[in-house]
Write a protein that binds this ligand. Structure first.
Ligand code: UDX
Length: 463
């Protein structure tokens, strides 16, 4: 089928490349000419495992092209995906100006043949009808099209895998022809032709009305974010009563009604989806006269969780003014270069506000391109990060952090203290390397009181 994807950000580019890989003829449209030129050269603007290989294969087979010409894209596609950004405004409301501009442009360029217009962006509930109105207003009379909501559930870092192995596909809309076309579009995926495990049963397709499909996306993200805030709250209680949150999560998660995923306590959730989507749902509820108390609490727990590392540093180091804190990891999670709403950046800002010096190391952040607030503070390797630090805080669980030469790092630090903000490291290995180890919700691995001075590495008390 001929497909047009408008907006080649995370969702749009991955969707377009994966649809081309399964045999469709895809044109990706973006208004950023430099980005289009980069993609035309086969370079992915985002770090995403497997994406460039998929792009290369599809481009070689001439099934994937990129353009800045939205008219050409609209004329090409029988199915036209809207996958532009909907960032949060300070109020929490979604900024839907890009969706609006694209919907108008689609209307202008509709050529009379039947088209399915698909909302792939996470858009406020009711946007499907709004897009239909905007397209109609700008199109010639009697053009034939349907609008479908097809929310995206892919995770950064495993976006290609998630696209080929979804738990479900959600299609919202009343047009039978449109739903049938969408089912056909996804058939190679739903029939597991590109799945990691071909023996699995077909992927369930959930067909709903427009508003319910839009709500499914918000509700799923809000539930996952709340699940993490829940376990983080449990971790904070564990810290006080002497229980170990990882053992608690294991024991809880084996209950099939709860499930073990997304019960990893840490310094909270970030990224481009959870913060934005939970805020938008709270805002929508409020718009319709309902106060979403549970979701507001999930947001509040997440906000304070980011600063939990500071509380733990203070317990161990006393006053933070004049201390040097090294952050291991900056991205909001591993296997991505995404710094949007990353807990590490909030933590760095608060450390600075308290008068500490902050350094950071992240495998995807180059010292010559530091994020705002960390100018001259990005190290090019863990060794130069640790040198002279009073403490390290592991904020992102990059795999390579498991196998660092911690004994060497400890020797180079002013004090060998580590706050493991993702419960990622083995406390015993860290203790053997000379570190005082502090986890989240793991009081068995508590920090020893601050050593007044450090000449030799502080010996850890791991339990
Ligand atoms: C999320 C949803 O998972 C995905 O379905 C949706 O389409 C977009 O939003 P993503 O933002 O890529 O995906 O990351 P995800 O892996 O879900 O993690 C989100 C945040 O939660 C990260 O900051 C991560 O560190 C945190 N997290 C996740 C935890 O703190 N604990 C957990 O147990 C799981």
């Amino acid at each position: 089928m001929r497909v047009c994807v408008i907006g080649t950000g995370y969702v749009g580019l991955v969707t377009g490349a994966c649809l081309a890989h399964i045999g469709h003829d895809v044109v990706g449209v973006d208004n950023n000419a430099a980005k289009v030129a980069q993609m035309q050269a086969g370079i992915s603007p985002i770090v995403e495992p497997g994406l460039e290989a998929i792009m290369a294969g599809a481009m070689q087979a001439q099934r994937l092209a990129f353009t800045t010409d939205i008219g050409a894209g609209v004329r090409h596609g029988e199915v036209i995906f809207i996958a532009v950004g909907t960032p949060a405004l300070p109020s929490g409301e979604s900024d839907t100006r890009a969706v609006e501009a694209v919907a108008r442009a689609i209307g202008i360029h509709l050529d009379g043949s039947y088209k399915v217009i698909v909302n792939k962006s996470t858009v406020p509930i009711g946007s499907g009808d709004w897009v239909r109105m905007l397209v109609s207003e700008n199109a010639a009379p009697n053009v034939d099209f349907d609008v479908v909501s097809n929310p995206e559930f892919l995770r950064e870092g495993s976006a290609v895998f998630d696209t080929f192995n979804p738990d479900r596909i959600v299609l919202g809309g009343s047009g039978r022809r449109a739903v049938a076309l969408m089912k056909k579009l996804y058939e190679p995926i739903t029939q597991r032709q590109v799945a990691a495990e071909a023996a699995l049963p077909p992927v369930p397709v959930v067909v709903t009305d427009l508003a319910s499909a839009e709500m499914i996306k918000y509700a799923a993200n809000a539930f996952l974010a709340t699940k993490i805030s829940f376990i983080n709250e449990v971790a904070n209680i564990c810290d006080r009563v002497g229980a170990d949150v990882q053992q608690v999560a294991l024991g809880m998660g084996l209950d099939s009604r709860i499930g073990g995923k997304f019960l990893q306590a840490g310094l909270g959730w970030g990224g481009s989806c959870f913060p934005k989507d939970v805020a938008a749902l709270v805002h929508t509820a409020c718009d319709y006269g309902y106060e979403a108390k549970l979701l507001a609490a999930a947001v509040a727990v997440n906000r304070s969780q980011r600063y939990l590392a500071i509380e733990k540093l203070r317990q161990a180091l006393g006053i933070l003014k004049g201390k040097t804190i090294g952050l291991l990891g900056l991205t909001f999670k591993p296997d991505t270069d995404d710094l949007r709403d990353a807990p590490a950046l909030a933590l760095a800002a608060e450390c600075r506000r308290l008068g500490a010096r902050v350094k950071a190391y992240d495998p995807t952040v180059r010292p010559e391109r530091p994020p705002a607030g960390l100018e001259a503070g990005v190290a090019d390797c863990p060794e130069s990060l640790a040198a002279g630090c009073d403490a390290l805080v592991l904020v992102t669980e990059w795999a390579e952090f498991r196998t660092l030469d911690y004994a060497g790092l400890a020797r180079s630090m002013a004090r060998a203290l580590i706050v493991d903000g993702r419960n990622f490291l083995d406390p015993q290995i860290l203790a053997a390397a000379g570190f005082t180890y502090v986890g989240i919700g793991k009081p068995g691995a508590k920090a020893a009181p601050a050593a007044p001075e450090k000449a030799a590495p502080v010996l850890a008390i791991a339990s």
